[in-house]
Design a protein around this ligand. Sequence first.
Ligand code: DGL
Length: 269
Amino acid sequence: MNNDAIGVFDSGIGGLTAVKELNQLLPNENIIYFGDTARVPYGSRSRETVMKYAQEDIAFLRQHKIKMIIAACGTVSSVVGTGKPVKDMPFTGVILPAAKAACGATRNKKIGVIGTPATIRSGSYAKAIKAIDPKIQVIGNPCPLLVHLVENGYTQRDNKITILAAEEYLAPIKAEGVDTLILGCTHYPVIKDIIGDIMGEGVKLISSGAEAARYAYNCLLEQDMFSDREEKGSNTFYVSDSTELFKENAKSFLGHTVEGDVFSCSLGD
Ligand code: DGL
């Protein structure tokens, strides 16, 4: 048993997909979230810069009483790879959990992956999938504009600009006849209706953030680290830019008002 919080971080609001799932799976757990909204996006930056940011994000979370860290960011998870940036508590990124879920879901052994340029360039998903089943074909495509469209609220199912961008990015993946698509960036589930409309009903969409949350659940279960709190746990959010902007963006992201305190911080606080 361990009543410390679960630490979750992302470059911005995308990691809320993991928080949403954690709240459902583990309602009695406290969650501390850090969103580096002042420096988003990470996906167009160099490996060295993403690694430096990730280390700072982890150091920030470690100032709180936490028992596990989830890097709910496809870009950070890709750069970290199979390395363990945290040694004294459980840690997970989104790659392995999403790769495992996709391998379990595919029937025709063709998996598509969309993510930020850094994520696709790293080949992280292809490596993780091939390690599970070398016969699976992986078709990846970077989608540099999608994070910006989501961050700016272009998320309605009939939004022409987002549909056009998504059609362009998904065309080469669709042409290969994949039956499973990993939303390898934690921002993408917000536009899953648009992505689903383009890919068609037969294609299973895998949310990397939600899969990381499920993975964390199993990790805490195996290590007997669930909280024994009987009341509902709390969510506490820290962001490196405006709290108001975060609340506004998070609302469209979650479909409801953020539940929990939101604080502004600069790294090193
Ligand atoms: N949430 C980030 C990810 O999953 C995308 C945003 C960014 O580029 O920082 O890769």
